[in-house]
Design a protein around this ligand. Sequence first.
Ligand SMILES: [Zn+2]
Length: 102
Amino acid sequence: MEGKVKVLGSDYSIVAGDQTSLRGRYGFCDFNSKEIVYADHMEDSTVREVVLHEIIHACDLATGVESNELTEEQTQRLSAVLFSVIRDNDSIFKWICNRGEK
Ligand SMILES: [Zn+2]
């Protein structure tokens, strides 16, 4: 998956990374280059959850007074539950985004 995600006006590129840049991680969010990088050797559903996890890190930075106010564990818990809620509630998210049926 190559794409972009906008977080409070900042465009992050979503790109597959190599093992050198990932250094054993599943993904990371580079606030300076505005990139969300994920390991491309994972299953598709894992890539989606990792990208959501990194988007939450980007949201944390965009809204926090200090950088990284959420702990890694809090980010992990949020991304796991949000991944499920977003996947299982397509119509409510279309409504929130004011797209589709009323
Ligand atoms: Zn993380």
